[in-house]
Design a protein around this ligand. Structure first.
Ligand code: FES
Length: 104
């Protein structure tokens, strides 16, 4: 079952190649990033040492953790080799002026 929640307005969403951290009213921390014009939403907390992915940067279709540079594919959440880890990825959509994520 879907659970769409508002993350921010389109105007507040990150620019191309950037990421940001957004906390939903439910207290879920999301990394919102833009690549190729599309918005992507992932769990904000890096599985290595809980670095804040939303404070990282976008490179090669991945968000790079600002602490030790592990990179996670924006579409799948899978870490680039040689790391073996994965973060949750949430569906994203826009509705009117709002950016929504499905936390289900
Ligand atoms: S905490 Fe993210 S790479 Fe170490």
């Amino acid at each position: 079952m879907s659970q769409w929640v508002r993350l921010c307005s389109i105007g507040e969403a990150p620019e191309e190649g950037k990421a940001m951290q957004v906390t939903t009213p439910e207290g879920v921390d999301v990394c919102l990033a833009r690549h190729g014009g599309d918005l992507h939403a992932l769990d904000n907390w890096c599985p290595h040492r809980r670095g804040p992915l939303g404070e990282g940067w976008v490179e090669g279709g991945a968000v790079v953790c600002p602490w030790h540079a592990w990179a996670f594919d924006l579409k799948t959440g899978v870490a680039h080799p040689p790391e073996r880890a994965k973060v949750d990825v949430f569906p994203v959509k826009t509705e009117g002026e709002d950016v929504l994520v499905d936390l289900a």
